[in-house]
Write a protein that binds this ligand. Structure first.
Ligand code: AMP
Ligand code: MG
Length: 313
């Protein structure tokens, strides 16, 4: 066949892009350093699961990603949030991390997004008997140390990309979303990312039921995002989790959720077995994009899974 197909032509141009090899080397080293650091800090690495009767309901609408095995309808993993909580039922493991592939069939609204993929991976962590501050401190030390290690281990790759890594320093600034909204208006999230020169934490968002509402201050949520500087946007989301049956049920009902799919999870919660945990999930491809100084997340992926992708391979 001598007809030239534009899909394969674009793919071949992309895969031969001179920047793609240094990007993949940086990603490989990054994954190694993140996993090493977490293990050094007492975290145990677990394997991801890819399907379950239930998954993260997410804070926004996506197309359903479901398959059927015999008579059981299964959802593809949107995040391992509930399985992280369930894993920590074991009293003899108290800090876990997972390199977790997630499927999220984003709606066409995100077609022009330079930050959204239909499949991506999270560096997902959860800690028992921890508060949000403990998680934020861990994340700061993880990023500071990993960036420090990368500076000497991928010097050549960064210089091919013309990128110098920001030298991170803990603690990162912490803002509350209420203060930012008052100061910058509804678009505060984008504005803070464009204006800040260092990564910063923003706390208190009303979103999924599993992020804990502050029992002392109803209407305030014990959760946070880390936002990259230079307009790179959201780096990660984290929170203390709802773990008490009555609170979980109240929050799910508030959001008008269908409880059926969560029956087994609710049963464990009803027995008082869900541990008190806090955790977070870092989007790996977004982190690679930030480290490499690329504009579009598709540029750091070997196989394009952005919302506009045409699935050539
Ligand atoms: P979430 O639980 O939705 O906050 O997702 C956790 C992290 O995964 C986010 O902070 C992002 O870094 C990353 N992430 C979420 N959705 C996507 C997506 N569609 N494509 C790439 N990365 C994503
Ligand atoms: Mg988020």
């Amino acid at each position: 066949m001598d007809m030239e197909l534009s899909g394969t032509k674009n793919f071949l141009r992309h895969i031969n892009n001179p920047h793609l090899a240094p990007i993949q080397r940086i990603q490989s080293t990054l994954l190694h350093e993140m996993q090493s650091f977490a293990r050094e800090q007492g975290f145990v690495q677990l394997m991801p699961i890819m399907m379950s009767p239930f998954t993260d309901p997410l804070n926004h609408d996506v197309y359903p990603a479901e398959i059927q095995y015999r008579t059981v309808p299964l959802k593809l993993t949107a995040s391992m949030i509930f399985h992280k909580q369930l894993a920590l039922i074991r009293q003899d493991i108290d800090r876990i991390f997972i390199v977790s592939p997630n499927i999220r069939l984003e709606k066409p609204e995100n077609k022009t997004s330079k930050n959204h993929l239909l499949e991506f991976s999270q560096f997902d962590i959860e800690m028992r008997d921890a508060g949000m501050e403990d998680v934020m401190v861990f994340l700061e030390s993880l990023l500071v140390e990993v960036f420090r290690r990368l500076e000497s281990s991928v010097t050549e790759e960064l210089s091919i990309l013309g990128r110098s890594l920001p030298r991170l320093k803990a603690p990162f600034p912490r803002y509350s979303s209420d203060d930012l909204r008052e100061r910058y208006g509804e678009d505060f999230y984008r504005l803070i990312s464009e204006q800040t020169t260092v990564p910063c934490f923003v706390t208190n968002f009303k979103r999924e039921f599993y992020d804990r509402e502050d029992p002392e201050r109803p209407g305030t949520y014990r959760n946070f995002d880390l936002i990259y500087p230079q307009g790179y946007g959201e780096a990660l989301s984290g929170a203390e989790r709802e773990y008490l049956y009555d609170d979980i049920l109240r929050r799910m009902k508030e959001l008008g959720m269908n409880l059926e799919a969560y029956a087994n999870y609710l049963d464990v919660a009803r027995q008082g077995l869900l541990p008190r945990t806090a955790g977070a999930g870092i989007g790996i491809q977004r982190l690679v994009k930030f480290i490499c100084g690329k504009q579009n997340i598709a540029e750091v992926c070997l196989f394009d899974r952005s919302v506009a992708s045409d699935f050539v391979f």
